[in-house]
Write a protein that binds this ligand. Structure first.
Ligand SMILES: [Zn+2]
Length: 209
C-alpha cells in the first residue's frame, strides 16, 4: 500500500460510477444478471454489483420474520447516455417487479440521481418475456406475439417472508390473452428458458418447502 499514491488509492471509491444513465438498486440477490440479460445494452458500459448486504432489506425482512435475517441485493449501473430513456421498456419494468418487488429504478444525470421509481407499479400486462404454459397455445406452436394479463403480482412482503409457501400461495398469477390459460408461480417460464424458480431459488426464497 505504501508505494501507491493517495489519488490512486481513492480511484475505486467513487460513489456513482456513471454520469448519465440508470441504477437499478435493491434487486434481490441473484436476480441482477437475469434482469441484465433481458436488456439491450450493446455498446453501453455496465457495472453489475452482486451480493451486497442490504441493511434496508435486512431490516424489513427481520421485521416480517420476527428474527434477524440478512438479505443481500444486486445493483446494476448502466451508463446510458442518449439511450437512457429507452433502456427500461414497460415489459422490462414489469419483469423487474415480478422477480424483485423490492427494486428501485434511479435515473442519473450529471452524476446525480434526478428521478426514482419506487415502488415499481404492478404490471397490468406482460408481453414477450413470458412463454404460455399451454403447449398447444398458438403463441407456442406458431410463434405468435405473446401477451399475458397479470392477475396477481408478488409483493415485497411475499418475497421477504421466508416462511411463505409459494407452491400454494401463488403470489404470481397470469392469464394468456390468446388461449386464456391461467398459470402461476411454478409454471412460469421466461423466453430465456429459465423458470421463475430458476431465477429465484439461489436465495431459496420462492418455492421453499
Ligand atoms: Zn396461451
Amino acid at each position: 500500500m505504501n508505494g501507491v499514491p493517495k489519488t490512486e488509492q481513492r480511484a475505486y471509491m467513487r460513489i456513482l460510477p456513471i454520469e448519465e444513465g440508470i441504477v437499478i438498486d435493491h434487486l434481490l440477490a441473484h436476480t441482477g444478471l437475469f434482469v441484465l440479460n433481458l436488456m439491450d445494452y450493446t455498446g453501453l458500459t455496465v457495472t453489475p454489483g452482486l451480493d451486497y448486504r442490504s441493511d434496508k432489506l435486512s431490516d424489513l425482512a427481520s421485521r416480517i420474520a420476527g428474527r434477524a435475517v440478512v438479505v443481500k441485493k444486486d445493483i446494476i449501473f448502466i451508463e446510458g447516455g442518449e439511450r437512457t430513456d429507452e433502456l427500461i421498456s414497460e415489459d422490462l419494468k414489469g419483469a423487474i417487479k415480478i422477480v424483485s418487488p423490492t427494486a428501485t429504478i434511479n435515473y442519473v444525470k450529471g452524476g446525480k440521481i434526478v428521478d426514482k421509481i419506487h415502488p415499481i407499479p404492478d404490471p397490468q400486462y406482460l408481453g414477450g418475456i413470458l412463454l404460455c404454459a399451454n403447449d398447444n397455445c398458438t403463441t407456442n406452436t406458431e410463434g405468435g406475439a405473446r401477451r399475458f394479463r397479470v392477475i396477481e403480482a408478488p409483493t415485497i412482503e411475499d418475497v421477504l417472508n421466508y416462511t411463505t409457501d409459494f407452491q400454494t400461495k401463488t403470489p404470481f398469477k397470469v392469464q394468456c390473452c390468446y388461449c386464456e390459460k391461467q398459470f402461476f408461480g411454478p409454471m412460469v417460464r421466461f423466453y430465456t428458458g429459465q423458470t421463475l424458480r430458476d431465477v429465484l431459488e439461489g436465495e431459496g426464497r420462492f418455492f421453499r418447502k
